[in-house]
Write a protein that binds this ligand. Structure first.
Ligand code: ZN
Length: 506
């Protein structure tokens, strides 16, 4: 029944185009739009997304999916056609399950809550935000109820972002991480002086940082024929299709890490987008497999490559030529140590590789407690501070640097935090497999050769787009489902050596 699939593809192409037009508007808002444009832009977003949503959730799409499923029941699971039908069905059913009144209520609640969150954060006064968070918790719960779940409400929300993963499974992974990281963080804190990162604050010319970062991500494989880099307050990457995938970065004269590592991180997302198969273009399959898998690529390039010693053995001499003043008397290894300094801090987005997952774990636990009714919103700051103390050994000084720091709870989007940690562990799991197949990877990186690594990722991850769930993808790429073990082994080895915690095992 080729006509059915053709008709379905035509509708999905329209929906994709509408969503990509929305993405261009979003990019513009974050980069060049004058402040006065906010109101008009909000109207444009709402019009375009409503048209796209209506088109996608139409009866016609449901009918075409029914027909396509009947006619294509025998197709190979991994084929483009079977995947297109399977994934579009999942998206369609989820979109149809949310009543339009609830969708409208969520949009309204989010836009109402945001300025109150901003004010509360600015004044470090949780009470100003509490009533809006209460509303958002209730709406998250209603979303979970509308989508349906067997065991726990968080399952419904998680299934939207990381399909196939349950809350119980995630809890088990987080427990394993917690057992490994909490003592490691304490060990590192005791030996804090072993790593000196003062070189990063010696003043680096911002324009030179920007061009150096762009040059570096181009070397890694980010294609400027189909991309560009601009500046924004919060770095992000965004795709308008295979031919146009953009990244942004920020720059700080007095802290070197922000620009270069921010750029590498976003270029990791960008290379993922640039590598998705063109055969999947303008369908629901043309995107990353999940936020967690997407984040695995930003983290893999940023940390597993960009914060490795072989990488700095390759890059440092050119960095020193570009910034001779601040880097006088510094060598590659000292610089490698500096960019890897780990210390417990209050703010998630500034956290290093080791402590980062604890920030996510904290949020995951509290979201679940609120969603399942064990924690009242009014008691949230206290719960936050207590848990924070037990993980990091620090007293949270105020709500601004504590419970109010992230924008996420100002809109109705629980279950977004786990993706950050999943990214770390998926990245390490892929890297373990890559190393087993490419035993000279470190030498390649030392020579500035990134093509084989990129090629492996394109072949095993990028080209598949959204065809597979995270676990389906991991099983195909690494031969086993999601496991935190490679990441735990990686941080223990790396930070054990950096901080002299135990004799380095390799
Ligand atoms: Zn990211």
């Amino acid at each position: 029944m080729p006509d059915t699939l053709e008709r379905l593809r035509a509708i999905l192409a329209e929906v994709t185009d509408l969503n990509r037009a929305t993405a261009v508007l979003a990019w513009d808002q974050e980069t060049y739009m004058p402040p006065g444009g906010v109101q008009n832009r909000a109207e444009q977003f709402s019009t375009l997304s409503e048209v796209a949503h209506r088109r996608f959730t139409s009866e016609e799409v449901g009918r075409l999916l029914d027909e396509a499923e009947g006619a294509n029941a025998k197709l190979d699971f991994d084929s483009d056609e079977a995947s297109l039908i399977r994934v579009t069905r999942r998206d369609y059913d989820q979109a149809r399950k949310l009543p339009s009144e609830l969708v409208a209520e969520i949009a309204h609640a989010s836009s109402t809550a945001r300025p109150h969150w901003q004010k509360a954060r600015h004044e470090s006064n949780f009470g100003l935000f509490a009533p809006y968070l209460e509303k958002n918790v209730e709406l998250n719960r209603r979303v979970a109820d509308a989508l349906g779940f067997e065991k726990r409400p968080y399952d419904a929300l998680l299934n939207r972002t990381e399909p196939g993963l349950t809350t119980d499974e995630l809890e088990a992974i987080f427990d394993e991480l917690k057992t490994a990281i909490v003592p490691l963080v304490a060990d590192i804190s005791r030996r804090a002086e072993a790593v000196d990162d003062s070189v990063l604050r010696r003043g680096f010319d911002p324009d030179q940082q920007l061009s150096y970062a762009l040059e570096t991500v181009t070397k890694l494989g980010y294609d400027l024929e189909r991309g560009r880099q601009d500046i924004s307050t919060h770095p992000f990457s965004i795709a308008f299709g295979p031919g146009d995938v953009r990244i942004t970065t920020r720059v700080n004269r007095d802290f070197f890490n922000e620009c270069l590592f921010g750029s590498i991180h976003e270029a990791g997302h960008g290379m993922y987008f640039q590598g998705i198969g063109r055969n999947l273009d303008r369908t629901n399959l043309w995107d990353g497999a999940s936020p967690g898998v997407h984040e695995s690529q930003s983290r893999l390039w940023e940390n597993l490559v960009g914060r490795s010693l072989p990488f700095w053995n390759h890059l440092f001499s050119s960095l020193q030529r570009t910034f001779p003043e601040p880097l006088k008397g510094v060598d590659a290894e000292a610089f490698y140590r500096a960019v890897n300094k780990s210390y417990p801090s209050y703010i998630r987005v500034e956290a290093d590789e080791v402590t980062y997952n604890l920030h996510v774990l904290l949020r995951f636990e509290l979201e679940n407690d609120m969603l399942e009714g064990r924690l009242k919103v009014r008691d949230l700051p206290e719960a936050w501070n207590e848990t924070f103390k037990s993980y990091f050994g620090l007293d949270v000084p105020n709500d601004r640097e504590g419970v109010l720091q992230d924008i996420h709870w100002s809109f109705v989007g629980f279950a977004e935090f786990p993706g950050y940690t999943l990214g770390n562990i998926i990245g390490a799991q892929l890297m373990e497999k890559i190393r087993s197949e490419m035993t000279d990877l470190d030498h390649q990186i030392e020579r500035g050769e990134f093509g084989n690594l990129l090629g492996w990722l394109q072949n095993n991850v990028y080209r598949h787009g959204r065809k597979f769930t995270p676990n389906e993808l991991l099983e195909r790429a690494t031969g086993r489902p999601l496991t935190p073990k490679p990441w735990i082994a990686y941080v223990r080895r790396k930070y054990g050596a950096l901080y002299g915690l135990h004799p380095a095992s390799d």
